[in-house]
Design a protein around this ligand. Structure first.
Ligand SMILES: Nc1ncnc2c1ncn2[C@@H]1O[C@H](COP(=O)(O)OP(=O)(O)OP(=O)(O)O)[C@@H](O)[C@H]1O
Length: 360
């Protein structure tokens, strides 16, 4: 069986600034028409990785291949303009003194008639054909972004690198432009590597997410898998608020005020953390000092009093001070649920939605 060659493949990329390693052993591949997202907090090395792929920064070690051909590594480095890689950054400045058509044709070579056809084809694709002869200052921010996309796509790059390209846009514009951009890149069969620190953007756009921390990829997979099978506590907390309950292991079980949790593979006496997202805590009413009955699915209820309740639009966020240890737990509830501070309520934890990790 023949295996398809990835459009972009990077292996063990490593880079340091002044002796400080900022990207370490980063490997990933992206197929044509696919979107891979480097997701991680500020300073974790995402942009440096992108700059090495673009060819504006040299790696200390590692290899980069485009359609199987080595463009960087083993002592060779193809110059940026010969890598068939397009770039879009947040500051995508168009040339103000050139028309939309001239901006898009800027990087094109070859016969003028073919260039004109390519410009018209791309402008039709980004729905801006009527604006072909206007100057950038006459366009809205979203329209300028679409011209920038057309300009980056004009030379038919094999790969498109997007570095937080939508973060400068108005919230209401952003979702639409993101979806349009994605559709166009897929039509062109371009492999996309997107950099963002926003988990919602990564989940909305990516086929595959590579979660980065301190220069390394710590977990890689489809958005659904990363969200539902995170590798550690930090990976959970990168996507949402979390609650953490600690307990000690006895016979592969961990006893807590919320009942027992399975702790497979954890040795007796080990301290573990049960991590649960606020939307997976269930709230129940107080029945003269007792809560709901314990169930295998939700375990034992634990009592807390409402510390604060806030309306968040689609949901309400309720903070509890727990009776058993005075800790604060957060629960979100769809719609409006705003119990007054001081009210006693009971919380249970969905066993199928919590994660158990060794204590950090
Ligand atoms: N030219 C440079 N000289 C020295 N250090 C640098 C340089 N560029 C980046 N760094 C450092 O390398 C680390 C990684 O930076 P990088 O820009 O790759 O992170 P990032 O994940 O893209 O962050 P952000 O989302 O804030 O852009 C940071 O600690 C940064 O301060």
């Amino acid at each position: 069986m023949t295996q398809s060659v990835p459009r972009l493949e990077i292996r063990n990329l490593t880079h340091s600034y002044g002796g400080q390693v900022v990207v370490q052993d980063v490997s990933l591949s992206v197929n044509p028409g696919e979107v891979c997202c480097l997701l991680g907090p500020s300073g974790c090395g995402k942009s440096t990785t992108l700059r090495m792929i673009a060819g504006v920064e040299d790696p200390d070690a590692g290899e980069i291949r485009v359609d199987g051909a080595l463009i960087c590594g083993q002592g060779r480095s193809v110059p940026p303009e010969a890598r068939r890689i397009g770039l879009m950054f947040q500051d995508f400045a168009l040339f103000p003194h050139l028309t939309v058509a001239e901006n898009i044709a800027f990087g094109l070579t070859g016969p003028k008639a073919a260039q004109r056809d390519r410009v018209r084809e791309l402008l039709a694709r980004v729905s801006l054909l009527p604006h072909i002869d206007v100057y950038p200052h006459r366009l809205s921010g979203g329209e300028q972004q679409r011209v920038a996309l057309a300009r980056a796509l004009a030379p038919r790059p094999a790969i498109m690198l997007l570095d937080e390209p939508f973060s400068g846009l108005d919230n209401r514009l952003r979702d639409g432009i993101r979806d349009e951009t994605l559709a166009i890149l897929q039509q062109e069969g371009t492999a996309v590597l997107l950099v963002t620190h926003e988990p919602e953007e990564a989940m909305r756009m990516a086929d595959e997410i590579a979660l980065m921390r301190a220069g390394r990829i710590i977990q890689q997979g489809a958005p659904y898998n990363i969200y539902n099978a995170p590798k550690d506590r930090a990976a959970v907390s990168f996507f949402s608020d979390i609650n953490v309950i600690r307990g000690r292991v006895r016979g592969a079980l961990c006893d807590t005020p919320f009942g027992q949790f399975l702790a497979p593979g954890q040795p007796d006496g080990a301290l573990v953390e049960i991590v649960i997202r606020p939307q997976h805590l269930r709230i129940d009413f107080d029945r003269s000092g007792t809560g709901p009955l314990a169930t295998p699915e939700h375990g034992t209820p634990a009592r807390g009093v409402v510390e604060r309740a806030r309306f968040m639009g689609n949901e309400s966020l309720v903070e509890f001070r727990m009776d058993h240890d005075g800790s604060i737990l957060k629960a979100t509830v769809p719609n409006v649920f705003l119990p007054r501070p001081g009210k006693p309520l009971w919380l249970t934890i969905r066993r199928d939605r919590c994660f158990v990790f060794p204590a950090s």
